[in-house]
Ligand binder design. Structure first.
Ligand code: NAP
Ligand code: HSE
Length: 320
């Protein structure tokens, strides 16, 4: 094992960043063993350095450039979210010769070409397993399918909306269920992104981009909000042996790919119908590979930290 530690700098120490920092504090031996060398969390940038957090003892700064400019930091983990200032910080990280790991589906989905080009020019890695389906290694899975012709990709790509639907089935109101999802750390900083489908559209666009080998912009995803769905519609669906879930669907037609996200009825006994809490389900039908299914926790600090640390470890292994 190389004795030289590989330094990691965090941009953001909220739900996801704190879970990453706790994992470094609590399981560094496991991380080092998987990486084949010591991996060290060096520092974290936040908006408010005085906010109390459960994030181990990582040094905190209000200046993201202090993290980016630190020669000890080789891998920048961006978990701020959104495009401003995350976009500029990610580009600055590549300019400074750092690898980038991000959970930021909005940035990757909208700026697919630019972020990949920045990584290519810098000769550094860009990894974003955490951006889609959190702990479920669906990005790695899709990357392994370069030879197939996809037919249909469908599933549940947003944990907050699955959580809301499954809680409304037990009698919670929409607002109560959303409040619970926010308290559990599943929702985006602005939960409009979850309930109006932006988050699922970003994730679907990323998966389609990987499968098609070119940028599929999230503006091409037709979005319908979950807000209009009432408790009585949930009950009526149940009476028909169905459930309402926030589905993401990409239909790879002969001429053009059609993509949509929105509430739809699914059979109660289907994988989507059985999904509760923040569970994600992704089913791909393709030639050669037939039908593939991925499922697991698609939101939450620990589930997302699992994917981020998997990416950090993969980079560390290659940097040994
Ligand atoms: P969050 O709890 O809102 O945390 C955001 C963090 O960014 C906070 O620590 C905040 O600082 C910091 N921040 C905001 N603006 C900043 C700035 N200008 N400079 C430095 N730091 C800044 O968000 P999150 O839930 O952890 O999500 C982070 C990212 O992960 C997003 O892209 C999200 O889509 C993605 N993601 C989240 C989940 C999930 O389940 N939550 C799952 C997968 C992917 P303060 O703490 O000081 O306010
Ligand atoms: N807000 C997102 C969700 C977090 O609910 O799925 C995971 O990307």
């Amino acid at each position: 094992m190389s004795a030289k530690p590989l330094g990691v700098g965090l941009l953001g120490l909220g739900t996801v960043g704190s879970a990453v920092a706790r994992a470094f504090a609590e399981r560094s031996r496991r991380i080092d063993a998987a990486a084949g060398r010591p991996v060290k969390l060096v520092s974290a940038a936040v908006r408010d350095p005085h906010k109390p957090r459960e994030a181990g003892d990582v040094p905190v700064t209000a200046d993201p450039h202090a993290v980016l400019d630190d020669p000890e930091v080789a891998i920048v983990v961006e978990v701020i979210g959104g495009t401003d200032p995350a976009r500029d910080l990610v580009f600055a990280a590549f300019d400074g010769g750092k690898h980038v790991v991000t959970a930021n589906k909005e940035l990757v989905a909208k700026e697919w070409n630019a972020v990949h080009e920045a990584a290519r020019i810098a000769r550094r890695e860009l990894r974003f397993e955490a951006a889609v389906a959190a702990a479920v290694p669906v990005i790695a899975g899709m990357r392994g399918l370069g030879a197939v012709r996809p037919r249909i990709l469908r599933g549940l790509l947003n944990g907050t909306t699955t959580y809301i639907c499954s809680r409304m089935e037990t009698g919670r109101s929409f607002d109560e269920a959303l409040a619970e999802a926010i308290a559990a750390g599943y929702a985006e900083a602005d939960p409009t992104n979850d309930v109006d489908g932006h988050d699922a559209a970003y994730k679907l666009a990323i998966l389609v981009s990987i499968l098609e080998g070119r940028h599929f912009h999230p503006d091409n995803v037709r979005r319908t909000s979950l807000r209009g769905v009432s408790a009585s519609e949930m009950t009526n669906a149940a009476a028909r042996g169905a459930r309402i879930r926030y589905l993401a669907v990409a239909d790879f037609g002969e001429r053009a790919t059609k993509a949509r996200v929105g509430p739809e009825e699914v059979p109660a006994g289907s994988l989507e119908g059985q999904a509760t809490g923040p569970t994600n389900v992704i089913t791909l039908e393709a030639d050669l590979a037939a039908r593939l299914v991925w499922s697991g926790p698609g939101a939450g600090g620990d589930a997302t930290a699992s994917a981020i640390l998997g990416d950090v470890i993969a980079i560390a292994r290659r940097s040994s």
